[in-house]
Design a binder for this molecule. Structure first.
Ligand SMILES: *[C@@H]1O[C@H](CO)[C@@H](O)[C@H](O)[C@H]1NC(C)=O
Ligand SMILES: *[C@@H]1O[C@H](CO)[C@@H](O)[C@H](O)[C@H]1NC(C)=O
Ligand SMILES: *[C@@H]1O[C@H](CO)[C@@H](O)[C@H](O)[C@H]1NC(C)=O
Ligand SMILES: *[C@@H]1O[C@H](CO)[C@@H](O)[C@H](O)[C@H]1NC(C)=O
Ligand SMILES: *[C@@H]1O[C@H](CO)[C@@H](O)[C@H](O)[C@H]1NC(C)=O
Ligand SMILES: *[C@@H]1O[C@H](CO)[C@@H](O)[C@H](O)[C@H]1NC(C)=O
Ligand SMILES: *[C@@H]1O[C@H](CO)[C@@H](O)[C@H](O)[C@H]1NC(C)=O
Ligand SMILES: CC(=O)N[C@H]1CO[C@H](CO)[C@@H](O)[C@@H]1O
Length: 909
């Protein structure tokens, strides 16, 4: 309980002009009471030394505007006292802590001037120094146990301009090797986060995980409000101390509906997109200046102290330019000139645009960019889309991209001279609502990215890439100070060496053979290079990282809800708790033929569903050939043609059935039998929020095709009835050799997606509303909600593995250091149990470890170090763990369980 003491008077103003000039003026209208008045001025001298030079204190007090003119009080007889009454009394001293001067009331007075507060507190745990956060106070002085810890003045804010975060007031230019920031070439790792594919509440957490994963830059496309608030997102990145690459477009592709264009653009008569058409060019230049101005107003460009170091105009236009003929070439020139004329002061890029005019940098997009050369010797090699995975489309198996190949591609790019690389995507997220692009891109935009659709860390992808980024950073000085020297080391073996001086260098050793491992000799030393791998040697001697050797932590399963034992499933009511609404559009047999360019169509004869046709991602077109029989007399034939992404309308949405405001409307029927397997039907149910704070998944496996809303927010389209082809999957895909999106796929013969992401912020305490619009037919009584409160994590590290990259120090024998097993739970989770810990020759993979012929049970050692911790590390050595079999090369395998911490770990501001 806070106690306080009130002094009997208030002040009329506290003003100081600046730190340098202490003088100030108060001009304030005041009204006197009838009769005697007192006027007190509390004049505070806040400096020491300066006092002797410039003086301090009041030199004039006057009352102006009285009937008899001005009344100058300066020379009146003032009574004065040096000090503040409370300090004379000793209110700051512990001896007066129990004095009756202190009042303890039921209401704490706030926003009062000249008031004393006190509180008793217990010592916070730990031994480190303590900080007192006084951001909510105005101006004054705090004492702890009678010691003044100084003066505070939180209410006095600095001017809002003139700041430069990250030491960046930066000029950003480029030369043939790299981006040059404030005169210094930089090696940068970047990752795409399309912020509207998640909610603003989780942006800071995603950016924190990106930073810890070793990224320097976040790449994003534009959008405006709420989930689409570009300014807020860029500022969130800035607060985390990272940089931004702003891809303005306006065409962005990005698996986004209509490539990011608003649909109204389509309806401007005479418009032709992405060519030298005046109507289009007008809209595009209006848009480019709008975005650039928005960023300038908020001081977000690097030259203004902001985080934006790069901007992009258009997107992968080079791939389609040929089809536009001369118009295409003129358009590229125009787009480049228009962008440059906006004076952003940061370099502009055009990706996949071989003819990008100077000074625009053309950049590479693709799975590998090690063969990429920019179109001018004065431009650096930059890679703007390196696919961390691949998007998911309805009707397809789930593509995944082994991290060994991704790391190989990145390491090769830097090996050969690249200095900027961006993961597309680092976090993919969710295509909420109708934002999924076509044809038939699924609602999940997970992308097998290092951060999964729900924002959890995906291992070992995140950890292995973090180690790679650290290893490349260790070489940065060398990478930017010279051109690489190439050295052949054998068939499909080569080294690239970056010299800073004749005896100081960093090297990359590559084996790009897609099956044969090799021993390569470099500088007289033999190095083992697994097939399709790159080793990084920051001192040309020690290997700190090899792309094929994954020593970072692993998780069981790739999807956060893969592990059934850690997932809570909440069934959404029995059949009778659902309500539904039917909303819809003599004998002769005919063959009905419908040809469509895409994407799906439902055919109703006399309001009964008779046919359904649909295409796929590669060929959106389809035909329907269906024998139908007419009834005698009048018949109606309705065709509902669906173009994924474009909303022309479904009756229920016009009515607003997806909105909570209609939840109690009489349109909804609650019957004794729940209609299942019906097409074009609306269902709704109320449910209580599942416990916890994490994201929620909605299991729609029992439904057909449609859209789902939570409390009026669309969480996207679902299409559980569309199964992927039953062949073409490989659970353990060989990462060696060229990757393409069909090389590594899983879940053949199943729906592309059955779980749909519900952001926690869209759920509130008490009753929540789920609405489904089912187009084909499904059974809502089997729909359920999933949450997760545990996670199994593993690590397998051998004595022969390199020590952690971050233990590297120049001139220290790196390899003489001991490798470590490191385990880390998600933030706010802790290690609750160790399920397996064997040192020796353990076998199996995460989830199925078993002791080998050589085995020391390391359970108790690991438990002692790790239980209750968010993260822990164990040195992998006999000295630490004991030795059951000398002479044998041993490994430590651990499987442990993370649990949501009951006591949340405080988040520093
Ligand atoms: C004030 O009261 C508290 C609780 O009764 C007591 O622990 C403390 O010693 C007192 N302080 C003084 C200065 O009397
Ligand atoms: C205190 O005063 C400020 C400025 O007048 C106002 O914004 C704030 O809401 C007030 N706080 C409280 C707790 O009354
Ligand atoms: C960009 O700078 C040039 C030269 O200083 C100036 O003429 C032009 O008006 C500026 N354009 C914008 C959009 O500020
Ligand atoms: C590499 O050298 C090691 C140690 O000499 C040997 O065991 C291994 O078979 C060699 N591997 C290849 C692919 O030559
Ligand atoms: C929906 O319509 C079908 C036939 O058109 C009817 O059999 C069924 O009872 C209706 N369901 C409700 C809940 O009104
Ligand atoms: C779809 O279009 C492709 C290419 O235009 C064509 O080869 C194919 O036959 C068409 N498929 C259907 C079902 O119409
Ligand atoms: C069939 O329906 C149309 C439109 O509703 C109507 O004009 C017509 O008279 C009907 N014909 C018969 C034979 O019922
Ligand atoms: C723009 C670009 O280069 N895209 C390429 C990405 O990689 C896939 C697979 O290698 C290619 O098909 C795309 O053309």
């Amino acid at each position: 309980m806070l106690e306080y003491w009130i002094v009997y008077y208030g002040v009329t103003g506290v003003v100081g002009e600046s730190c340098r000039y202490g003088n100030f003026l108060i001009n304030e209208e005041i009204s006197f009471d009838e009769g005697n008045n007192t006027l007190d001025v509390l004049s505070m001298n806040n400096y020491g030394l300066w006092f002797g030079v410039a003086g301090a204190g009041l030199y004039a007090v006057a009352m102006i505007g009285l009937k008899n003119g001005m009344n100058d009080l300066s020379s009146e007889e003032w009574t004065y006292r040096v000090g503040v009454e409370g300090e004379y009394l000793g209110l700051d001293k512990p001896s007066l802590a129990n004095s009756s001067l202190w009042t303890q009331g039921s209401i704490l007075p706030v926003n009062k001037s000249l008031i004393w507060y006190k509180i008793s507190f217990f010592v916070p745990e730990g031994k480190g120094p303590i900080a007192l956060n006084l951001a909510s106070m105005g101006k004054g002085q705090p004492w702890v146990n009678g010691e003044s810890i100084g003066r505070y003045w939180s209410a006095y804010r600095s001017p809002s301009t003139g700041c430069t975060e990250n030491g960046l007031s930066a000029t950003v230019t480029y030369d043939h090797r790299a981006l040059v920031i404030d005169g210094k070439r930089r090696v940068l790792q970047s990752g795409s986060i399309h912020y509207p594919r998640t909610t603003p509440e989780v942006w800071p957490e995603l950016i924190r995980k990106s930073k810890e994963g070793g990224l320097d830059v976040i790449e994003n496309y534009y959008h405006f409000e709420g989930r689409f608030d570009l300014v807020r997102f860029v500022k969130t990145v800035q607060e985390a101390g990272l940089l931004v690459h702003l891809r303005i477009g306006p065409y962005t592709c990005a698996g986004w509906n209509y490539g990011g264009f608003p649909i109204w653009l389509h309806f401007i008569p005479g418009i032709q997109f992405r060519t030298t058409n005046d109507l289009f060019k007008n809209e595009m230049s209006r848009f480019l200046s709008k975005i650039v101005d928005l960023m300038k107003e908020e001081n977000l460009f690097a030259s203004q102290g902001g985080p934006i170091i790069l901007a992009q105009v258009e997107n992968e236009y080079g791939n389609v330019e040929g089809a536009y003929g001369v118009g295409g070439e003129l358009y590229v020139k125009w787009a480049a000139e228009t962008a440059v004329s906006l004076n952003t002061s940061v370099p502009w890029l055009m990706c996949s645009q071989g003819d990008a005019p100077d000074p625009i940098i053309n950049t590479c997009n693709g799975f590998y960019c090690d063969g990429f050369k920019p179109n001018s010797p004065s431009k650096p090699a930059m890679w703007t889309e390196n696919y961390s995975g691949w998007f998911l489309a309805f009707g397809y198996a789930i593509p995944y991209h082994p991290v060994e190949d991704l790391a190989f591609a990145v390491a090769r790019f830097f090996e050969i001279g690249g200095t900027f690389q961006n993961y597309y995507m680092y976090f993919g997220g969710t295509n909420f609502g109708r934002t999924a692009g076509g044809p038939l891109v699924a609602t999940s935009y997970d992308y097998d990215a290092p951060l999964d659709e729900y924002g959890f860390i995906r291992q070992p992808k995140w950890g292995h890439l973090r180690d790679l980024h650290m290893a490349i950073k260790l070489c940065e000085e060398y990478l930017v100070s010279s051109e690489p020297t190439q050295q052949k080391l054998g068939l499909n073996l080569e080294a690239h060496i970056y010299y800073e001086s004749s005896n100081e260098c960093a090297a990359f050793l590559a084996n790009y053979d897609n099956s044969a491992d090799a021993n390569a000799t470099f500088n007289g030393v033999s190095y083992f290079l697994p097939a399709w791998s790159v080793s990084i040697l920051p001192d040309c001697k020690n290997v700190v990282f090899n792309t094929a050797k994954v020593v970072s932590q692993r998780n069981i399963g790739d999807h956060p809800f893969d592990q059934k034992e850690n997932v809570n499933e909440l069934s959404l009511g029995g059949p009778l708790e659902w309500s539904c609404i039917n909303v819809s559009g003599e004998e002769k047999q005919v063959l009905l033929n419908i040809e469509s360019l895409g994407h799906a169509a439902l055919v109703f004869l006399n309001k009964k569903l008779v046919a359904f046709g649909y295409g796929n991602h590669d060929y959106a077109n389809f035909s329907i050939n269906e024998e139908i029989s007419f009834d005698v007399g009048n018949n109606t034939l309705d065709v509902l043609s669906m173009m994924i992404g474009v909303q022309v309308g479904v009756e229920g949405e016009y009515l607003g059935l997806d909105k909570p405001s209609l939840a109690n409307s009489s349109l909804w029927t609650q019957g004794s039998i729940l209609p299942v397997n019906k097409s074009l039907i609306w269902y709704k149910i109320s449910f209580f929020a599942p416990e916890g704070k994490g994201p929620i998944a909605l299991n729609l496996a029992s439904m057909g095709k449609g859209q789902a809303w939570i409390n009026g927010e669309s969480i996207g389209r679902y299409w559980s009835a569309y199964r992927s082809p039953s062949t073409g999957c490989t659970e353990n895909c060989d990462y060696r050799g060229n990757y393409d999106p069909f090389k590594c796929q899983k879940k053949c013969g199943q729906p592309a997606q059955t779980l749909y992401h519900i952001p926690r912020t869209w759920i509130h305490p008490g009753e929540n509303l789920l609405v489904l619009h089912e187009e084909l037919g499904g059974d809502p009584s089997l729909v359920s909600l999933l949450t997760r409160d545990g996670q199994d994590i593993c690590s397998f590290v051998s004595e022969a593995d390199p020590p952690p990259v971050d233990s590297w120090k120049p001139n220290v024998e790196f390899e003489s250091q001991i490798p470590q097993v490191r385990l880390a739970c998600e933030r706010g989770w802790h290690i609750s149990s160790i399920n397996f810990a064997s040192y020796g020759t353990p076998e199996g993979s995460c989830g199925t470890y078993s002791p080998g012929t050589c085995h020391i049970d390391a359970l108790s050692i690991v438990e002692k170090v790790c239980i209750g911790q968010e993260e822990c590390s164990i040195p992998v050595s006999s000295a630490n763990l004991g030795d059951a079999c000398p002479g044998v090369s041993k490994s430590l395998a651990i499987e442990s369980h993370c649990l949501l911490s009951e006591i949340p770990i405080p988040v520093p501001e």
